[in-house]
Design a protein around this ligand. Structure first.
Ligand code: SAH
Length: 350
């Protein structure tokens, strides 16, 4: 495990004192790199919990969705399961087990930056191959790609309408606290025309890193065939305002208060990502809510089967299902976006 002796807050303080404010993008990028590098943030003892950690049903239904696509596309091999940011490897394990029942036994490729999480993934999915980014993932054969709560961890850029025009949103240090300030370079050219005269304080957020990854994913699907599911909290039409937030021990904390010690996320702009995928020649299957998607794939039937098989777990199974699909829980806030290569079939659930 990597051990850092100097807190990232100290590094940022020194950097800002010497060179001036740093961008929100820089702050988030380094914070999350440090945050994920040497810890397992998932689960009850960590900072947040994700859908695959709530119930095996989540990964199983994703595995079935992938198998269904692959079968209807003609069972082409070799075929590769690719997961972006696989966490503990739980989703992959459950999805691959479910897919194998339908004859889908793909090569397994994980794109992961955290050494600590790689160790856990190795224990859960020993046959996986690890990659620092998509460039080394096999270039032949369809890709069945999944990313759950991956895009929300990538650094966002924020622009803010200040008195004199649009500026990049930066982080300064005042009395030992990190605060957001407007930068001093004009950035008007970077915002859409209709927002140029927006009221002072308006914030526009973009994710150049998420856009770059989607560009690459969609290019691969267009070239090699395959399908992708990207699942995250976010919105399916463009919005304004900051969605940057920090979670530590399951509580929201002030976003800039503890760099490297809390999970920083931002909502995913699925509309922007769908447009990129289509421009690359992919089919956008749709963007729906996690609740609707899992219901359409039969989560209620699956829960009933699990409960019949193990009646002592009936209550736990149904309460986990409710967490995944309930409107006030993950069901409405989380979105699922489906993509497919040209000439691949329509996806179930959209
Ligand atoms: N998908 C898992 C984990 C979500 S947490 C789940 O649903 O439980 C985010 C994951 O993305 C972690 O595995 C983290 O280490 C990884 N990650 C974050 N930023 C990354 C980056 N820039 N490159 C590769 N992996 C990254």
């Amino acid at each position: 495990m990597t051990r850092h002796t100097e807190p990232l807050a100290t590094v940022f303080e020194r950097l800002i004192a010497n060179y001036g404010p740093i961008s929100i993008q820089h702050f988030m990028d380094e914070s999350n790199a440090r945050y994920y590098a040497d810890r397992d943030p998932l689960g009850a003892g960590g900072d947040f919990i994700t859908a695959p950690e709530i119930s095996q049903m989540f990964g199983e239904l994703i595995g079935l969705w992938l198998a269904d696509m692959w079968i209807r596309a003609g069972r082409e091999t070799p075929v590769h399961y690719v997961e972006l940011g696989p966490g503990r490897g739980t989703l992959a394990r459950d999805a691959l087990r479910a897919a194998a029942r339908y004859g889908l036994e793909p090569g397994v490729h994980f794109v992961e930056s955290s050494t600590a999480l790689k160790d856990l993934q190795l224990a859960t999915v020993p046959q996986a191959h690890w990659h620092a980014d998509l460039s080394t993932v096999p270039a032949y054969g369809p890709l069945l790609l999944v990313g759950n709560e991956f895009l929300d961890a990538l650094p966002i850029r924020q622009l803010v309408r200040a008195g004199g025009g649009w500026r990049e949103r930066m982080v300064a240090c005042e009395d030992g606290r990190f605060v957001a300030v407007a930068g001093d370079k004009p950035m008007d050219a970077a915002v859409p025309e209709d927002l140029r005269e927006a009221p002072e304080g308006t914030i526009v957020e973009t994710s150049p890193a998420a856009a770059a990854i989607l560009y690459e994913v969609a290019g691969r699907l267009a070239e090699q065939g395959g399908a992708a599911l990207l699942i995250d909290y976010g919105h399916d039409h463009p919005r304004i305002g900051s969605t940057l937030q920090a979670l530590r021990e399951h509580q929201k904390v002030e976003a800039l208060s503890m760099p490297g010690e809390a999970d920083l996320t931002a909502h995913v702009d699925f509309a922007a990502l769908a447009a990129i995928a289509q421009a690359r020649g992919c089919t956008w299957l749709g963007t729906t809510t996690q609740g609707r998607f899992l219901r359409a794939l039969g989560i209620e039937t699956r829960a009933e089967n699990l409960a019949t098989f193990a009646p002592e777990h009936r209550e736990a199974v149904f309460s986990a299902m409710e967490r995944l699909i309930g409107e006030g829980q993950m069901g409405a806030l989380f979105k699922v976006m489906g993509l497919a290569g040209p000439n691949w079939p329509e996806g179930a659930g959209f």
